[in-house]
Design a protein around this ligand. Structure first.
Ligand code: PMT
Length: 407
């Protein structure tokens, strides 16, 4: 699918820049036309000559070059591409993108583009974890910038952790995915969606907590599926091992009360899907210190957590147009789900059987029944990704198209 596609590859400063040369080769083998912008930092690691030789194109470096501007202005450079790929994406260039800088050719082309942008970040593990970088990444993702990596492992600086640029073939696959998405119809363009996912952790003391078996696979897949249809998605997630879905703004929380706060902060939205397995109860007055084993086991006093779905389904003027809940049941699945639909005030509820042996928690498949006020639609067993796509299609069909979707 890459044959004939035009990639604008921006190579920023980082030791991983040498792997961008392999990326150029892999893209050229697949029939891509690759034009490259080499930043000042990038040119410290790879030469314009090697980039030009591999891409078989002129290499662009200078925003103020008279010849470059007359042959191929920076606006044309970004508009004549099908996708802009920033690999490696340094912390500095990411910060420029997130803050709208235009003080060199790379940042200017990125600001001027109307095409999908994919970044492959690389940096030191501490830099990657720094709140400034986290904020910048979240900003870019909320604007629809897609990301591949970074991966974990030994870093060039000698430390170990997250910060390695994705492998060239991973970047090629990500380019294919982004371009495939760009060609799909986007009926939810202009719509805002909120999705909850994963478990909540309710502290007993600073060491121990109460949790459940949710892996976040279903909720994360729903966030991805809504994003793929063009929605601007906020995913509020409890602790999981799932990678952040590309193009989705992720808010990480631990407890039910934090999840409620993050959900309320994400309003207003057009649609909200509550796939998280929220703890119904928490320990009343969790201990500030580790509870010592000094005799009889502690008698934990429980108190009820806020019901996030119910709160948002009854949020008055702030209520999303469509509120979708889940019902995880181990017996009388449909009857209990019907009761929850009414009790919580949502529009749709997806009933699933989580009894022992079903493998619903943590597994890759789900067997759902979509219950609405009009009836019950029993879906066959399918992967959680397929179930998410089916739900996203149903959501898109139920909302009137926006002007943006019609474009
Ligand atoms: O994460 P996976 O491993 O992929 O598994 C998927 C799943 C089983 C977690 C998911 O498909 C699912 O069923 N999620 C809902 C789990 C749940 O807690 O269901 P419930 O019947 O207890 O809650 C009903 C609804 O109210 C849910 O939408 C839940 O998110 C919401 N709720 C519940 C309690 C609470 N305090 N606040 C809530 O918002």
């Amino acid at each position: 699918m890459l044959d004939g596609k035009r990639v604008l590859l921006i190579i920023a400063g980082g030791i991983a820049a040498y792997r961008s040369l392999e990326l150029i080769r892999r893209l050229r083998e697949r029939g891509c036309r690759v034009r490259c912008v080499l930043t000042r930092g990038g040119a410290q690691f790879v030469t314009p000559l090697s980039v030009a030789a591999l891409s078989e194109e002129k290499v662009y470096q200078d925003l103020f070059s008279l010849t470059d501007e007359s042959e191929m202005g920076h606006i044309r450079l970004s508009r004549e591409a099908d996708i802009i790929v920033v690999a490696p994406a340094s912390a500095d260039l990411i910060a420029k993108m997130a803050n709208g800088h235009a003080d060199d050719l790379a940042s200017t082309a990125l600001l001027a583009t109307d095409k999908p942008v994919l970044i492959a970040p690389t940096m030191n593990v501490q830099m990657w974890a720094h709140p400034a970088v986290r904020r910048n990444i979240a900003t870019l993702e909320s604007w629809g910038v897609q990301r591949v990596g970074p991966g974990s492992g030994a870093l060039a600086c000698g430390e170990t952790g997250s910060g390695r640029m994705a492998e060239p073939m991973e970047i090629v696959t990500a380019i294919e995915t982004v371009l495939a998405q760009a060609m799909r119809p986007r009926p939810l363009a202009g719509r805002r969606a909120l999705v909850t996912s994963g478990p909540t952790w309710e502290p007993i003391d600073p060491v121990r907590f109460i949790a459940n078996r949710s892996s976040g696979k279903q909720g994360h897949a729903i966030a991805s599926a809504l994003q793929a249809l063009g929605a601007s998605v906020t995913l509020v997630s409890g602790p999981t091992n799932q990678p952040d879905p590309a193009g989705v703004a992720v808010v990480n929380i631990e407890s039910a009360r934090e999840m409620l706060e993050a959900c309320l902060a994400a309003l207003p939205v057009d649609v909200a899907v509550f796939a998280a397995a929220v703890a119904d109860w928490r320990v009343d007055g969790a201990s500030d210190q580790k509870i010592k084993k000094t005799g009889a086991p502690p008698a934990l006093q429980m108190t009820e957590n806020p019901d996030i779905l119910k709160t948002i389904a009854n949020a008055g003027a702030n209520r999303p147009r469509l509120v979708v809940g889940f019902a995880a049941e181990t017996e009388s699945v449909e009857a209990h789900a019907q009761a929850k639909l009414a009790r919580k005030g949502c529009d749709w509820i997806l009933a699933n059987d989580v009894s022992t042996g079903t493998g619903t928690f943590g597994g890759d498949a789900n067997t759902l029944r979509l219950i609405t006020h009009d009836g019950v639609d029993a879906w066959p067993t399918m992967t959680k990704v397929a179930a998410a796509a089916r739900l996203a299609d149903a959501i898109a069909a139920s909302l009137p198209p926006t002007l943006k979707a019609a474009q």
